[in-house]
Each structure stands twice: as structure tokens, then as C-alpha cells.
Design a protein around this ligand. Structure first.
Ligand code: DON
Length: 319
């Protein structure tokens, strides 16, 4: 029994217990055949569906990895909380809340109705409308400066220089009418803070950055560690901004399923359509999974099973 098997303590269980449970999750959920790769971005449909990696990074820099944790995939929506963090750091949390909102939409991540329903205000930085508006707030005179700010900031979270997957970027740009439409709609309401199509391009580039489950675990552990990357020891954002980002992840990280997610795991999480998922256990560490098949809401099936299992067995649930 560890941490009474489900009650949160201030630290991760002993290393050999963590290792055994991470391995057990991989063995248990590896055979699950539910879900399907995303295909609205054509390049994502071609990623092998069997890939499955789990990585847990502790706030003291301990790493537990099993399976395909060095396989690179595109970060997609998991970029959203990190870019929001960088913008909070850049313009302050009050302006970020005023301009971007921090409430759940209760609607899918690419909803146009959500924009209209909030009379043009964006509702939160985890859904596409709010995330494109967030990227539009990056400091810099032009698109290239803004892009550099975002790419360099995300790289500091990961502790290494992240690069774009050109094929996925091109594939998404060829099928990006919906995001471009959302950005233009926001501009009709003065709710986007740079040229809407250029902001959409920057957002699409950020979604196309290549990461591994190991990178995502370090990024999540940085949010668990008051903004200090546990491997490089660099302070990427202030602790206060971690608290705000984690609050928004709890509210909207899994879109319209955020309530079910919180009920199951008791932790802030964020998913992406390429099959990645992160979970943040404040003070303890970051969990990342990669497994492309998604459920109907666009969240990795194996990722959710793993998060629920490890939250319970490692005693991570905040409540
Ligand atoms: O904008 C999009 O549709 C993608 N670049 C990201 C969507 C995404 O990852 C949703 N997550 N579950």
C-alpha cells in the first residue's frame, strides 16, 4: 500500500513504488483498443496508433519512463496552458483574465457558438478561440517576434530547443478554415490583439512543435514546481502564474469533459489531438502520456485511463 493507496500526501511515494506503478499502468492499458486517431488534421491520421508512452517527472528531477517516451509528436492543444502562462507573465494576470476570460465554455474546443454566446468575448485560453487570442498577445512588433517569444518560452518549459514538424504544420494549415474563421469572428468583436490570420498562423505553428512524452512531463513538472524547470533549474514563470494556469486547466483543460476529468483524477490536466496528455500534481510532479487513439471528445483514451489509475495509486488527487 502506498499513500493509503489514494490519499494525497506532500510527496511522491518511494521511487521503487512509483516505478512499479508506472510500469503497471503501461502493461494494463497498452492492450486497450478503444478510440481512433484524429483525422481532421490529415497528417495525424497516419501516426501509428499502437504507440504508447508514459513519463512521470518529479519536482526534484526524478524521471520514470516506460514505452514510447522518446517518440516525437506534435504538441497541439497542450501548448495552450504554457502559452497562457507566458502571456500572464508578460501582461499580468489581471489583464490576461480581462482579455481572455477564465470560465468554462461547456462546448467543444473549436466552437463558434461559444464565441457568439459570450457576445464576442473569448471564454478561456484552453479552447481554440481563447488560445488564438492568447497567442495574439505575445510581445513583439511582428509575427516573427511573436513566434520567437512563444517558441523560446515553450522551449524553456521543456528544457531544450523545440522545433516545428513541417509536415504536420502544412497539413493543419491546409485544413485550417475553422480556426481562421474563429479568429476573424473574434476580430469583429475586438477580442483578438493582432492580425487574425497571422495570429492563427502563429497558433498553428505552436501546435506543430515536436515534443516527446518526456518533454511534456518536464513541462508539466515545471508547472508543478512553481514555474522552475526541475531539470534546468531555470525559473520560467513566477509561482503566482502557475496557480492561475492550473486553475484554468482544472476549469477547461479537457473542454466539455473537464468536470468528469476532475471527478476522476482530482488534478489539472490538458489533452491534445495528437494523443498527448499532461497531468500536474502540484508540488510533486508532472505526468505525461502519448497514445494517439482519442475518444469522441478528442482526448487520448489510454492517457485518461493512465491518469486516473496513477492519480489514485500514487495518491495525487488534490481533494
Ligand atoms: O487547432 C486545432 O484544432 C489543433 N491545432 C489543436 C486541437 C487540439 O489539440 C484539441 N485537443 N484535444
Amino acid at each position: 500500500p502506498i499513500a493509503s493507496d489514494c490519499i494525497s500526501t506532500g510527496h511522491l511515494p518511494a521511487p521503487e513504488q512509483v516505478r512499479a506503478l508506472v510500469d503497471e499502468a503501461h502493461t494494463r492499458f497498452g492492450p486497450c483498443a478503444e478510440g481512433r486517431n484524429a483525422d481532421y488534421i490529415p497528417a495525424l491520421a497516419a501516426v501509428p496508433s499502437h504507440l504508447f508512452g508514459i513519463c512521470l517527472a518529479g519536482t526534484s528531477g526524478q524521471m520514470y519512463a516506460v514505452g514510447d517516451t522518446d517518440h516525437a509528436f506534435t504538441i497541439q492543444s497542450i501548448s495552450k496552458p504554457f502559452v497562457f502562462a507566458l502571456i500572464c507573465q508578460s501582461i499580468g494576470e489581471d489583464a490576461a483574465r480581462r482579455k481572455l476570460g477564465v470560465n468554462s465554455t461547456g462546448l467543444p474546443f473549436n466552437s463558434v457558438i461559444a464565441v457568439e454566446r459570450s457576445t464576442g468575448g473569448v471564454t478561456n485560453p484552453m479552447v481554440n478561440a481563447g488560445a488564438i487570442a492568447t497567442s495574439s498577445l505575445a510581445p513583439g512588433a511582428g509575427a516573427e517576434d511573436k513566434w520567437r517569444f512563444i517558441r523560446d518560452g515553450l522551449s524553456r518549459f521543456a528544457g531544450r530547443a523545440l522545433e516545428i514538424d513541417a509536415a504536420v504544420y502544412a497539413s493543419e494549415m491546409s485544413a485550417n478554415q475553422r480556426n481562421a474563421g474563429i479568429a476573424k469572428l473574434l476580430s469583429a468583436y475586438d477580442s483578438i490583439y493582432f492580425d487574425p490570420l497571422e495570429a492563427t498562423d502563429i497558433y498553428t505553428r505552436q501546435c506543430s512543435l515536436r515534443v516527446t512524452a518526456r518533454d511534456l512531463a518536464v513541462m508539466a513538472a515545471t508547472l508543478a514546481n512553481g514555474g522552475v524547470n526541475p531539470l534546468t533549474r531555470e525559473s520560467v514563470i513566477d509561482p503566482i502564474h502557475c496557480q492561475h494556469v492550473l486553475a484554468v486547466m482544472v476549469t477547461a483543460g479537457l473542454y466539455e469533459n473537464s468536470g468528469d476529468w476532475l471527478y476522476d483524477t482530482g488534478l489539472p490536466g490538458k489533452s491534445g489531438v495528437s494523443g498527448g496528455m499532461i497531468v500536474v500534481a502540484p508540488g510533486k510532479g508532472g505526468l505525461a502520456t502519448f497514445a494517439p487513439p482519442l475518444d469522441a471528445a478528442g482526448n487520448s483514451v489510454k492517457g485518461q485511463l493512465t491518469a486516473r489509475f496513477l492519480s489514485e495509486r500514487l495518491g495525487l488527487n488534490l481533494f
